[in-house]
Design a protein around this ligand. Structure first.
Ligand code: ADP
Length: 230
C-alpha cells in the first residue's frame, strides 16, 4: 500500500505518520518506511552536499525547492529494498508537476496508485501550533511547549536529546510556507480521484484523527489487494 499524507505545514502529518506506520505493522505484520522529503532535504543540508547547499536558502525562506531535485531524490529513495512492500509519503507531492511525476514513477514500476489522506487545518491554528513546536535533535519526535510538553523541559522523553525549534518555524517563514501551500500545493488535491482521496479535519485531537485515518485504511485493506491497486 502506498499512502500519501497530504496537508499544510504543521497539520500533523509527522505525528499521524508515526502512528499509522505502527498500526500498519500490527495489521499487516510488516513495517513500511516513511519518506519525508523535508527530512531528506534537511539531511542533505546537514551533510553539506551540493544539493543541500542549493536548497538551504530556499527552505529557510519558506519556498519550495525545484521539482527536478526533489523528484530525483524521491525516485532514488523508492528504489531502495525497504520500499518494496509499500511506503508512506509525507510532504510529496507538493506541486501538480510532482504529482504527475509520481504517477509516472508508480506506473513504470507497476506500483499501485496512492491512497491520499488529507489533513485539513485552518491557517490561524497552524501558525500557533508551529511557533510552539519543538523537535528532538536525535530521533525527530515532535513536542509542543503548549500542548505536548516533554517530561523534562527541553529534552526528548525517549532519548533525552535536546529539543530544538526548526529554523523555518519562525512566524514570518511560517506565513510564507502557508502562502506557498495555498498557491502551489493545495491544487494537487484535484489531481486525485475521489475514490482514493479522503479529507479529514485535522483540527481535532490526535487520537480522534488517528481513528478516522485507521477507519479509512481498514476499509481499503478489507477490500483487498485488487481494490488497493485499482
Ligand atoms: P512542513 O510540512 O512542516 O512544511 P517539511 O519538512 O515537509 O515541513 O518541509 C520543509 C521544507 O522542505 C518546505 O518548506 C520546502 O522548502 C522543502 N520541501 C519539502 N518537501 C518538498 C517538496 N516535495 N517539494 C519542494 N520542496 C519541498
Amino acid at each position: 500500500m502506498i499512502i500519501l499524507l497530504f496537508g499544510p505545514p504543521g497539520c500533523g502529518k509527522g505525528t499521524q505518520g508515526r502512528l499509522i506506520v505502527d498500526w500498519l505493522k500490527e495489521w499487516q505484520g510488516n513495517a513500511i518506511p516513511t519518506i519525508s522529503t523535508g527530512d531528506m532535504l534537511r539531511a542533505e543540508i546537514a551533510a553539506g552536499t551540493p544539493p543541500g547547499r542549493q536548497v538551504q536558502s530556499i527552505m529557510a525562506a519558506g519556498g519550495l525547492v525545484p521539482d527536478d531535485l526533489v523528484n530525483a531524490a524521491l525516485c532514488a529513495r523508492i528504489q531502495q529494498p525497504d520500499c518494496q512492500g509499500g511506503f508512506m509519503l509525507d510532504g510529496f507531492p507538493r506541486t501538480v508537476e510532482q504529482a504527475e511525476y509520481l504517477d509516472l514513477l508508480l506506473t513504470s514500476r507497476s506500483l499501485p496508485a496512492p491512497i491520499v489522506i488529507h489533513l485539513d487545518v485552518p491557517a490561524d491554528v497552524l501558525v500557533g501550533r508551529m511557533v510552539s513546536r519543538r523537535q528532538c535533535s536525535q530521533c525527530g519526535q515532535m513536542f509542543n511547549i503548549l500542548s505536548k510538553r516533554p517530561k523534562v523541559a527541553g529534552r526528548c522523553d525517549d532519548d533525552g536529546a535536546p529539543l530544538i525549534a526548526r529554523k523555518d518555524d519562525r512566524e514570518d517563514v511560517i506565513r510564507e510556507r502557508l502562502r506557498t501551500y495555498e498557491e502551489l500545493t493545495r491544487p494537487v488535491v484535484a489531481h486525485y480521484p475521489s475514490d482514493r482521496y479522503f479529507q479529514i479535519s485535522g483540527d481535532r485531537s490526535t487520537p480522534y484523527i488517528f481513528e478516522a485515518i485507521t477507519g479509512i485504511l481498514e476499509s481499503v485493506l478489507e477490500k483487498g489487494t485488487d481494490a488497493a491497486r485499482a
